[in-house]
Design a protein around this ligand. Structure first.
Ligand code: F6P
Length: 359
């Protein structure tokens, strides 16, 4: 009897259930009645606290289009996982105990960046781990794509589309704040698809002068409105020069709820225009996965099941040049896939006149 545990960790995204379904349906097909699936509750927390349940085939029916995760999730930062403290003890030891108590042959982990650091640690500790890359940020190293990204990009694009009609009617400047604290893939994708005039992402620090100049150029060419797609992690060039510590303390002093409100205030003062801010927030992670994510999540799921069948552990399934391939966890953990400042998509955006606030 093969015993397989499965958990989802970190921020949720569209396609988690589709991926779970892909893994499990494919396992049932391969092993028939010789496989038992255990759902671990709320990510690594369930593994630490020993909270899990045996699942039945029916549990995985009707979930392809369902948003969120049927297993629950939580954020358990890597540094807290490693810390041994009086309250929660040795969490790695506890996770290994839960794995052993169920008698798992393998643990399937669906997660993003932070999740992969812990997955790699558990693999190094001797557990049999297979992972799937999920996140709306598309920032997992060594895969061209994560599931969740396309669905979130559809939503963020739709927001910019809707804002367009209001911006046009009122002749206003609008800022749409897109999720992504560390990387700007989502903002870039939605900004380009939604026809934003200015795109600000963490990887390309902005200068207020350049933003104002871009907005002025638009208004001088007779355009009544402008739209800025701004990543929640956008930084000014002054901030980019600060140490981590200085930056943190500066941002703690910031009187605005987010970077977009600060930009709105600054641009308003510099241009005399009315600026409005829209923050779709977690809306971007919600609802049904789009067609692309349903297919990608299912492909990742069946590829993960094949690895388990072959007893090939310590890998993440990845999309590379159109193919699904296994990549070693050690080549994924601790690395972030950021937007290269001069990549083709950025150059393409610049070629059609989009400003990144740095020209
Ligand atoms: O990692 C996904 C993500 O949605 C980021 O884009 C965002 O910065 C962060 O999670 C928000 O985290 P939380 O859901 O914990 O507020």
């Amino acid at each position: 009897m093969k015993k397989v545990g499965i958990l989802t960790s970190g921020g949720d995204c569209q396609g988690l259930n589709a991926a779970i379904r892909g893994v499990v349906k494919s396992l049932y097909k391969k092993f028939g009645n010789d496989v038992e699936i255990y759902g671990i509750h709320d990510g690594y927390r369930g593994l630490i606290e020993g909270s899990f349940q045996p699942m039945r085939p029916d549990d995985f029916s009707g979930i392809l289009t369902l948003g969120g995760t049927i297993l629950g999730t939580s954020r358990q930062p890597y540094k807290t996982i490693r810390a041994v403290d009086a309250n929660s003890g040795d969490k790695v030891k506890k996770m290994k105990e839960t794995y052993g108590k169920i008698g798992l042959d393998c643990l399937v982990i669906l997660g993003g960046n932070g999740t992969h650091k812990t997955a790699n640690l558990l693999s190094q500790e001797g557990l049999h781990i297979v992972t799937l890359p999920k996140t709306i940020d598309n920032d997992v190293w060594n895969t061209d794509m994560t599931f969740g990204f396309s669905s979130a990009a559809e939503i963020a694009t739709h927001v910019i589309d809707c804002i367009h009609t209001t911006a046009t009617s009122h002749g206003r400047i609008f800022i749409v704040e897109v999720m992504g604290h560390k990387v700007g893939w989502l903002t870039l994708q939605a900004g380009l698809a939604g026809g934003a005039d200015v795109i600000l992402i963490p990887e390309i620090p902005y200068r207020m002068d350049a933003i104002v100049a871009a907005l002025q150029r638009r208004s001088e060419s007779g355009k009544r409105f402008s739209i800025l797609a701004v990543a929640e992690g956008a930084v000014s060039s002054d901030e980019a020069r600060m140490s981590k510590k200085e930056f943190k303390s500066e941002r703690e002093k910031m009187k605005y709820p987010s970077i977009s409100y600060r930009l709105a205030d600054e641009i308003g003062k510099r241009t005399g225009h009315e600026i409005r801010v829209t923050v779709p927030g977690h809306f971007q992670r919600g609802g049904s996965p789009c067609t692309y994510d349903r297919v990608l999540a299912t492909r990742f799921g069946t590829a993960a099941s094949e690895l388990i069948f072959q007893e090939k552990y310590g890998y993440m399934v990845a999309l590379k040049n159109g193919y699904i391939i296994p990549v070693p966890l050690s080549d994924v953990a601790g690395r972030l896939k950021s937007v290269p400042g001069n990549c083709e998509i950025v150059r393409s955006a610049k070629d059609i006149g989009i400003s990144f606030g740095c020209e």
